[in-house]
Design a protein around this ligand. Structure first.
Ligand code: 0O2
Length: 212
């Protein structure tokens, strides 16, 4: 079979899985907003790995490069990045995923409680979801990365620098990135405190029926 057609066929259930995941997340957001809450999600980004990046990753991990091995060993062929305003929103969404019957959380990596040495912060979930095709049901894995706007800003820049320097970031930039990551942590904490203060003022105002 032609290589391109083979890859397209392989990636099809992943594409459907990604479409389903996107829809499920959008429903979560709309439902929250319908119930009068502010959306816990600022925006989402999705991506599906290209055949080249699947092959590269398998090679990097020293695993056989084949469709079968990609299916068995790679759990991030599809990915969703969920960007939130506050750290608490991230854990709220995690709980929502955890409670769902249609998605199974199979792995959690908490780089927020335990940031990477370079300062990287995010909550990573590997989830499994069934994709119903006409004649079969495929179990598809996806990586969901949850982070705040500030964490996302940092990670995007670090990612660019990482590839610009061919994975070898010079020490002085590494130090600056670590400092910036510490500032991200402080900013997230400050924003949370401001939000909490406003909520307290609003709650008091509501009980006293004071004008805005
Ligand atoms: P890309 O190009 O974003 O897809 P794994 O290799 O997935 O089996 P690993 O590396 O332990 O195991 O997975 P981890 O730590 O969960 O990281 C997976 C993804 O998180 C990465 O995907 C990045 O997207 C992101 N990530 C992890 N660490 C960092 C970091 O230090 N900086 C930034 N900017 N992103 C990070 P890929 O496939 O490496 O790359």
């Amino acid at each position: 079979m032609n290589d391109i057609i083979e890859w397209k066929e392989f990636l099809l259930p992943y594409k459907f899985g990604l479409d389903e995941l996107k829809t499920k997340i959008n429903i979560m957001v709309e439902e929250a907003m319908f119930n009068g809450k502010t959306s816990p999600i600022e925006h989402i980004k999705t991506r599906i790995k290209t055949p080249k990046s699947i092959k590269d990753k398998l090679e990097r991990k020293g695993i056989e490069v084949s469709l079968k091995s990609a299916k068995e060993n790679l759990f991030d062929i599809i990915g969703v990045r969920v960007v939130c305003s506050f750290v608490s929103d991230i854990y709220d969404i995690y709980q929502l995923f955890h409670k769902r019957q249609d998605i199974k959380v199979v792995e959690v990596k908490d780089y927020i409680r335990f940031p990477k040495k370079n300062g990287y912060q995010s909550l990573h979930l590997i989830v499994q979801l069934p994709v119903h095709l006409t004649y079969t049901v495929e179990q598809v894995y996806a990586e969901i990365q949850l982070r705040t706007l500030a964490m996302d800003f940092w990670a995007s820049l670090e990612h660019k620098i990482f590839y610009k320097y061919n994975r070898e970031i010079p020490d002085y930039l590494r130090d600056e990135l670590k400092e910036a990551a510490d500032s991200v942590m402080l900013l997230d904490e400050k924003m949370k405190n401001i939000r909490d203060e406003i909520s307290t003022i609003d709650a008091v105002r509501d009980t006293l029926f004071l004008p805005m």
